[in-house]
Design a protein around this ligand. Sequence first.
Ligand code: ZN
Length: 113
Amino acid sequence: MHELSLMEAVRDQALAAANADGAIRIVAIRLRVGEQAGVEVGALRFAFPVVMAGTIAAGAELGIELEPAECHCAVCQAPFPAPQGCCDCPRCGTISRRLLRGRDLRLLSLEVE
Ligand SMILES: [Zn+2]
């Protein structure tokens, strides 16, 4: 499962940050997930307690914020919302394949003790 390895990367990053802070426990982890990141939020939530078990982040709360996807139209020189991935510009109809945002998963913030 792809979400499991993504969550492992989040865990490593969170543990490193908490460690640098001298934290003894991670209470909450917030992630931002792009609409077009190709991950399932349900699978992330499922993977979370599995990968956090046995670390200082065990039992932490998981917050997920969805980031809307946006494409760039080269004709209009402007972005437009693209919830289904790159598609045609609502203003001029040109098909854009440049996804500006909404395609990654990143660690937004940590709450530590
Ligand atoms: Zn356009």
